[in-house]
Design a protein around this ligand. Sequence first.
Ligand SMILES: [Zn+2]
Length: 108
Amino acid sequence: MQNQGLTKNQLKASTFLNEQLQYLETKHRLRFEKRRTSCPFHSEANPSMSQYIDKDGVVRFHCFGCGINEDIFGIMGRLEKHASFNVCFSTFRRFVEEKRKWGTNAKP
Ligand SMILES: [Zn+2]
């Protein structure tokens, strides 16, 4: 039974798109509308950061203004100034597991 412990590849994939967007909105007030949001790394008049899913099924965030292109962990690392990928990974995994525990977005 390996029910515990989502992997980093699972967590950054499109399966967890909703959780990723919820995380970014809850923690960083990044609100996506029609897959667009204002880039958190500089000020701008029009939202230039877009969210898409690459050919491997990984959710990515790309800014047409500054050129940043990251998955959820890369964005977290930049926003939260974490020294390590592992901190971002465990933080986001905890966020997802808490949500599941409380039954929001519960999947069979
Ligand atoms: Zn930008």
